[in-house]
Each structure stands twice: as C-alpha cells, then as structure tokens.
Design a protein around this ligand. Structure first.
Ligand SMILES: [Mg+2]
Length: 312
C-alpha cells in the first residue's frame, strides 16, 4: 500500500461519513426501502435530494459534531476533552437543526464536562444511543496512527463526554479500530474477532451478536438509533455490498435513523474504498453548517483539507 492509498482512505472516512449523513437525512424515520423505491438504479443520479427540512447535500449533527472534534484535535495538538466539550456546548446552544436528546440534555445541563454525562446517566439510566458513534470519523482518522489501544481509548473518552453508558463507548471504540485497520490496508471484517476481544467483557456478547457474519438488521432488538443495531447495520451494509455507493444505499434503505446509520456506514466504506470511490455527484453539493461558529459552512474541499491534516 502506498502512502497515497492511506491518505485516500483517510479522506474517504471523513468525506464518506459526511456524504452518508447528507444522503440519509431526508429519509430519517422513513420506512424500509424508501430510498431504492425512489432511486431504483445505482448511479442514476439525483439521490442527494434534500427534504424533511434539509437542503440537498446538507449534513446534520453527525458531521457537524465530527468536524468540531476534528478541529479541536488539530488546534489543541491532541485530545483535550474539556475543549471538545466546550465546542459541543457552543454548538448546542446555537440552534442546530438536529441534536440528539441525550446529547442536548448533557451539553445544556450546566454540569462540568467531566461528569455531566455520568450524572445524566445516573438519573436516566438510558444512554446507549448512537450519538457518540455517529461523530467518530474524524477522531478515528486522527488516532489511527497510534495503534489499537490508543485509538480505542480515545474513542471511548470522546464518547463518554455525552454518553454515560459504556455500551456507547465500546461501539465508538470498535468503529475507531475498524477504521484503523482499513487505513492500514487491512479488511475490517477480518479484524472483527480481534477487535471484539478488546471490548469490555460486560458488552462483548451483545456486540458479538450484532457483528456476526450472519446477523441481519431485521434481527435488531432495538430501533437503529441505539448504538448496537446502528453499528451492526453499518457493518452489515459493508459486508453485503462491494462499493461505497452500494454500502450507503443499503444503509439508507434500512429506514429509521438513516442519517446516522449511513454516516457510520459511509465512514467505514470510505475507509475501505477510499475517497475516489465516493461519487462526485454526492460530494459536490455537500455542505456542513456549523451553528455557533460564525456562520461557517464547510464544503467538500474543506472537509478534505481537515481530513488531510488529521491523517498526518
Ligand atoms: Mg443527524
């Protein structure tokens, strides 16, 4: 593998996740099969259609938060959790079109960054949503070079800023490791058994079930806004298709939390197939507004620049 391949995979991770997010957003909470009913033929065009309050190509909270994480890592020169939390707070109070309930509660609670999520979890006992997994593309690229332990540890810590449930940390850590494997030219599907060995024992069985080769999203025991079926569906979409486009089409077609399932799928598929595999008709209209940050709106070229710096 050449360094160019690695760079293309890193760009593919960040760009691929953002494209999946924007592609899936108009179909959120829709039924299974809605996407392929409207766009039956892969490569047909017009898929970045907007709707449901989203402009064509507009990315949602998944990508907005991923950008905030990535910019914090670069500007701080490493993991400064308090800084990421401050950026999240500034964004959360600036009226993003979409924000997870769990995430909003924690970020606006007024509690200190290092136990806001834990306090929320203590009271609510529910924090296994996919809201930390969805924003992990940038940190997965940044920490990939540090090896398995370092990247999984960072994934857990960033997840824990908003999600007090260890299930959310472990799913995010798994995503980090799968991206690391892909960026180094390996097959993330082959790496699953080894990665599952590194999941906290209390959570291993549940992830082993949803990441099994014969698991299908129809077998999910929760809505795919939960972290387990979300990651399981993304890996299923990667496993059962042979292209970036095929994988994200399959993800959006599952219905439910389509922007996030497609963002996670798109991050993995982008890491496997590289940035060149992402159709330009999907990257061209891409736009990532950053509420709370002086009206900035990132386009694909800026996401590529961010990913290049994260991959260094
Ligand atoms: Mg979203």
């Amino acid at each position: 593998m050449t360094p160019a391949d690695r760079t293309s995979r890193a760009l593919g991770t960040v760009l691929g996740s953002a494209v999946g997010d924007a592609l899936g957003a108009p179909f959120e909470f829709g039924p299974e099969g809605a996407f392929s009913a409207r766009f039956p033929k892969p490569g047909g065009g017009g898929e970045m259609c907007g709707g449901g309050g989203w402009d064509p190509g507009e990315a949602t909270d998944d990508t907005q938060m991923a950008v905030l994480v990535g910019e914090s890592l670069l500007e701080c020169g490493g993991l400064e959790l308090a800084d990421i939390f401050r950026r999240f707070q500034r964004w959360a109070v600036s009226g993003p079109k979409d924000i997870g309930l769990q995430t909003e509660d924690v970020l606006t609670s007024g509690e200190p960054w290092d136990f806001a999520a834990a306090l929320h979890f203590q009271v609510n006992q529910r924090a296994a949503g996919n809201g930390a997994l969805m924003r992990a593309a940038t940190s997965a690229v940044y920490f990939a070079g540090g090896g398995t332990e370092a990247t999984m540890d960072a994934g857990r810590r960033i997840a824990a800023l908003t999600h007090g449930d260890r299930a959310a940390w472990e799913g995010t850590a798994l995503f980090h490791e799968l991206v690391r494997v892909a960026l180094s030219g390996g097959d993330p599907l082959d790496a699953l058994p080894g990665a599952l060995d590194l999941v906290h024992p209390d959570h291993r069985a549940r992830y082993t079930a949803v990441l099994a080769p014969d698991w299908h999203p129809d077998q999910a025991t929760e809505f795919n806004g939960a972290v387990w079926p979300c990651l399981g569906s993304a890996v299923w979409a990667l496993r059962t298709t042979d292209s970036y486009e095929g994988a994200v089409r399959a993800a959006v077609d599952l219905g439910g939390d389509t922007d996030t399932v497609a963002a996670v799928t798109g991050g993995l598929a982008g890491a496997v197939y590289g940035a060149d595999a992402i159709p330009s008709r999907w990257t061209e209209p891409l736009q990532v507004p950053l509420p709370g940050f002086d009206g900035r709106v990132l386009r694909a070229a800026e996401l590529v620049g961010l990913a290049e710096r994260l991959a260094r």
